[in-house]
Write a protein that binds this ligand. Sequence first.
Ligand code: DC
Length: 224
Amino acid sequence: MNGKVINVAIDGPAGAGKSTVSRAAAKEIGYIYVDTGALYRAVGVNALRIGADTKNAEQVAASLSGISVDLAFENGEQRVLLNGEDVSLEIRTPQASMAASDVSAVPQVRDFLFDLQKNIAAANNCIMDGRDIGTVVLPDAQVKIFLTASPEERAARRYKELVEKGSSVNYKDVLEDLIKRDYNDSHRAVAPLKPAEDSVILDTTGFTLEKSVNEIIRIIKEKI
Ligand code: DC
């Protein structure tokens, strides 16, 4: 499009509140919100569906053959499409979370999803969240924020969210899953989770949602 498109990159570990905070901030400033984790989740769901071992990089790479993953925006809400099918709900199960973390370590998966993310950012003012947005996908984003919180607080938030959706999970499992995913996401060889050098680090431990959103908006306004 033109050179005036504004991109805000928000990265951070699982459960830091990236999606809730980014969605609210995007609405407030009139940008689209792009949740890139949904893309990795869709690839994970596809791998599970066809019975691939998500820890086997070769099987995961082969699972990409012939599939399409796309994002659609309806009334500002993102939907994720796997081979044209809306899988926005199916990607939110704990199994899909772990599968997403596994497949996201495979370089072919990251390559496969790269252009889609770049193209959306090039065409829209957006807040894009993920793990490598400021470091790899949008290294030229005008604003980069690394959103984090303590593992216990992140697990408590995730637990509450899952219980509200009717899941019968227990807190200890949620915390263990989250620590495992943090480890996977930050120790993989390609595009590991880490703050971009030019990012603002925002630790939201003890913050209300409203305070986190206000802080994000303040940082964005300060930078642009
Ligand atoms: O943000 P999320 O929990 O929906 O992400 C699911 C998984 O996808 C997460 O474990 C790490 C991976 N991911 C990634 O590697 N890079 C991104 N930009 C977004 C997510």
